[in-house]
Design a protein around this ligand. Structure first.
Ligand SMILES: Cc1cc2nc3c(=O)[nH]c(=O)nc-3n(C[C@H](O)[C@H](O)[C@H](O)COP(=O)(O)OP(=O)(O)OC[C@H]3O[C@@H](n4cnc5c(N)ncnc54)[C@H](O)[C@@H]3O)c2cc1C
Length: 335
């Protein structure tokens, strides 16, 4: 591991000053992504700015219209929080189905959003990777790509975003709050991560000297009827091959009034599908033709590689299952 300095600021402004002063610095939260990648030589910050002692950044609060979750709140605290479980159950599920209990106790929401791809060619510096070493090539395209992206890919990169929480956050129209040298700003969660294009090394819209301070999730009938379905090779301690973040508001007769949909495991960012309400409103969640139109639209433009075409039928089936789970839960609450 390359030598580095470690600094533990006590205020947000001090942390931001350090980030400006040391361009090679990185913020350290739980360290469950960053330290791993430093040990394998993939990331080599010159300075670690430990943000864990910054005050007020680990709160989880509910106001009338929203859930506010600090960037330093731990995954386990957020998943088990009564207000999150009541008002955004899908958000709680997205965290509970992630990693392991030990990791969830350690890992923060800010770090979770900014975790890096699990593409083996990125994580092993003996392979070429345009994301890790721009211009070196992409080992995955002609190599092992079973778990990689099929949507939004480029000639430079087919890595996928591995996180779960961000997918649900996008489906629920969440916002991510940042603080930098010019003050505070917020971005829609859907705009946080980028497609690879010609610059796969630039993964988000966050500048190096900006800190994530928290996220906000609007509370509504949709968020209260949200569900995160994660499909994976084994039922625990595994990343998604495909995931579905869905939220549905029903009419009294069980037909759909509004719907939100985002897919995980398929692209370098959570894949938001904007036309869910348009395609589902007035239909029942078991209406096979409406579901087929929804899946066609959401997966439009998919470009499978040699090893990952299975993700397309898997995603189609998962979309149907997620909506039917929401319908069943809705029927149970009315029984
Ligand atoms: C074995 C294993 C299995 C896993 N399985 C899953 C899974 O199934 N699903 C899933 O979603 N995740 C999974 N993860 C990933 C895990 O959830 C992340 O490693 C964790 O959430 C990262 O949070 P952290 O606080 O440890 O981040 P860190 O490692 O401290 O930081 C990660 C990145 O975020 C940056 N950062 C951290 N906080 C801030 C901030 N406030 N502002 C700006 N930048 C910041 C850091 O500089 C770094 O680049 C798994 C991890 C492991 C090791």
């Amino acid at each position: 591991m390359q030598p580095f300095s470690y600094i533990e600021p006590r205020t947000r402004d001090e942390a931001l000053d350090l980030a400006r002063e040391y361009p090679g610095a990185r913020f350290l939260a739980g360290g469950t992504t960053l330290i791993d990648l430093m040990k394998s030589g993939v990331m080599h910050p010159t300075v670690l700015i430990d943000v864990n002692r910054l005050p007020g950044m680990d709160a989880i609060q509910k106001t009338d219209g929203a859930l506010h979750i600090g960037a330093l709140a731990r995954m386990s605290d957020v998943s088990g929080h009564p207000a999150v479980r009541a008002h955004a159950p899908g958000l709680s599920e997205s965290l509970l189905f992630a990693a392991s209990a030990q990791l969830r106790n350690m890992a923060s929401i800010g770090g979770n959003l900014l975790q890096r791809t699990r593409c083996v060619y990125f994580r092993d510096r003996h392979f070429p990777c345009n994301k890790r070493d721009p211009g070196s090539g992409c080992g995955a395209m002609a190599g092992e790509n079973r778990n990689l992206a099929v949507l939004g890919i480029s000639e430079q990169c087919i890595a996928n975003y591995p996180g779960d929480f961000a997918v649900m956050l996008v489906a629920l129209d969440g916002a991510v709050h940042l603080h930098g040298p010019d003050g505070a700003r917020s971005v829609a969660a859907a705009d946080l991560h980028r497609l690879p294009g010609q610059t796969p090394e630039i993964e988000t819209v966050i500048a190096a000297d900006e800190i994530v301070t928290g996220v906000t999730v609007p509370i509504s009938a949709l968020s209260r009827q949200s569900h995160y379905l994660k499909v994976r090779d084994r039922s625990s301690y595994e990343y998604a091959s495909v995931s579905v973040a869905a939220a549905v508001e029903f009419e009294a007769d069980g037909t759909i009034r509004k719907a939100r949909l985002a897919l995980g495991g398929l692209a370098s960012k959570p894949w938001r599908f904007e036309r869910a309400t348009e395609l589902l409103a007035g239909h029942r969640p078991d209406d096979a033709s409406a579901l087929a139109r929804l899946a066609d639209g959401a997966l439009d433009g998919a470009r499978p590689q040699s090893g990952n075409a299975y993700k397309i039928p898997q995603a189609r089936a998962a979309i149907g299952r997620a909506l039917q789970t929401l319908a069943r839960r809705h029927a149970e609450t009315r029984a």
